[in-house]
Design a protein around this ligand. Structure first.
Ligand code: GTP
Ligand code: MG
Length: 426
């Protein structure tokens, strides 16, 4: 199992209901309303945490919920707010909705993002006393919680990606030049998961290298481990392409380079547009025809103009020079990485009826208009408690409430509903 993808369900907390109660005091036969407000439901956040490197913790648990708000209580007591849910993810995690649209890319400046807002706490009946309605038996229910399924995908952010056939010495190189400690073995697909390392080698400046599992012909059709790991190098600036210069397994390095580049192109033609450095590894084991393999590769790729280096990851030959060349190629690249734009905001409920318009006017009044609104007002008496209740429900169920929230409405603001003016209270 690989820990770079996970599907989870997230849920914000429901708002606590407002409470209906009346003061009971000695000698006071009919106390006024004293029902407290419900607490707000918890929000759901994604937060980048440098100590988290994989999405492993999201593979075993499927559902993550923020806490619900508590109901309001007697004597004007406010219910407790639900606790927020903080989901820690590694930098470079992209969050998608279940249609594959990007919700947020946790990269670059984005370190914390609120995906779902908890329901508002409902107002207790203490707020609803008016001169004509002194004993309101009505309190507002808490705002709904929201539950969605999301897919998390980690697209590692490294400066440099190592690509190549299995067993050519990519991991040996990474272990030699960085702090990483990858598994090395004389067999194919020793590396099963991408690994990052920070270069720590003599006087070479630091940069980050990603070692990914080996690629073989047909990987783009799913052969071997497939090309799914290429997403980890989508955002790298330089590709370092390893081949076995000594042909230990009898392979032809030039044919191998062509084969891997074909797979890269199938995955994303952009990958071939970035700087690529060819490394003929295992030079310590070169014999016969392979001794001048570096110049042979250079000749074969004259057109592409790839720089070619002969090294030995085992003896260290050629490594320092190679690292400086990689560092130079990387430095020429601007420092910004691809950051995916958000395409959807699951926090906003779409207004069900496209005819209903909700907007904030220049006069700072919030307007709710449309044929259906006029119709609703036609059969609803807003001055009666029942009518008002119905109206509240209508606003909520049609997504208008959420839209008002998103527009930044606050207590005391004026709302114009089809010509009727209200003061807004949540
Ligand atoms: N002679 C020689 N052997 C090497 C050199 N570099 C790596 N090897 C050997 O080649 C084998 C494969 O090395 P790895 O680093 O695991 O290769 P890899 O490319 O990461 O392989 P996968 O993870 O399977 O894709 C191991 O037995 C290494 O000891 C080298 O420079 N010279
Ligand atoms: Mg490896």
């Amino acid at each position: 199992m690989f820990s770079d993808q996970a599907k989870i369900v997230i849920r914000s907390g429901k708002g606590g209901d407002g409470h209906v109660s009346f003061r009971r005091e000695k000698y006071v036969p009919d106390g006024g309303p004293d029902g407290g407000d419900g607490g707000k439901g918890g929000d759901v956040y994604f937060v980048v945490d440098q100590s988290v490197n994989t999405l492993a913790e999201y593979r075993h648990i499927r559902k993550f919920s923020a806490q619900d708000g508590e109901e309001g209580k007697k004597r004007n007591c406010h219910g407790k707010n639900g606790e927020d849910l903080i989901l820690k993810v590694p930098e470079g995690t992209v969050v998608y909705d279940n249609e594959g649209k990007v919700i947020i890319d946790m990269s670059g400046e984005t370190k914390k993002y609120k995906v779902l807002t908890g329901g508002r706490g409902g107002l207790g009946n203490q707020h609803f006393a008016t001169s004509t309605m002194q004993a309101p038996k009505y309190a507002k229910p808490g705002g709904d919680s929201k539950e969605i399924e999301v897919r998390l995908e980690l697209k590692v952010i490294a400066d440099v990606g190592l690509v190549g056939f299995p067993n050519v010495g990519k991991s040996t190189f990474l272990s030699r030049v960085s702090n990483a400690n990858p598994k090395i073995g004389n067999y194919h697909f020793t590396t099963l998961e991408p690994m990052l390392g920070v270069v720590n080698y003599e006087d070479v400046p630091e940069f980050v290298i990603a070692d990914i599992p080996g690629i073989i012909e047909g990987a783009s059709e799913g052969i071997g481990l497939g090309i799914q790991f290429l997403r980890h190098i989508e955002r790298t600036k330089v590709l370092v392409h390893f081949v076995d210069g000594a042909s230990v397994e009898g392979r032809d390095p030039i044919a191998d380079i062509k084969a891997i580049n074909k797979e890269l192109r199938e995955y994303d033609p952009d990958l071939l547009r970035r700087p690529q450095i060819i490394v003929a590894n295992k030079m310590d084991a070169c014999q016969g025809d392979n001794i001048d393999i570096v110049s042979k590769i250079k000749d074969a790729f004259k057109e592409e103009g790839y720089p070619v280096f002969g090294i030995s990851a085992v003896t260290g030959e050629g490594i320092r020079e190679l690292l400086f060349a990689i560092y130079d190629a990387r430095s020429k690249f601007p420092d910004d990485i691809t950051i995916y734009d958000s395409e959807v905001d699951p926090d906003v409920t779409e207004i069900i009826d496209p005819e209903i318009k909700v907007y904030r006017g220049d006069d700072n009044v919030f307007y709710i208009e449309g044929q259906r609104i006029d119709k609703m007002l036609g059969y609803t008496n807003l001055e009666s408690e029942k009518g008002f209740l119905f109206f509240q429900k209508f606003i909520k169920e049609n997504g208008i409430q959420k839209k008002l929230d998103k527009l930044g409405i606050e207590d005391g603001d004026t709302v114009d509903v089809g010509g009727w003016l209200f003061e807004y209270y949540k």
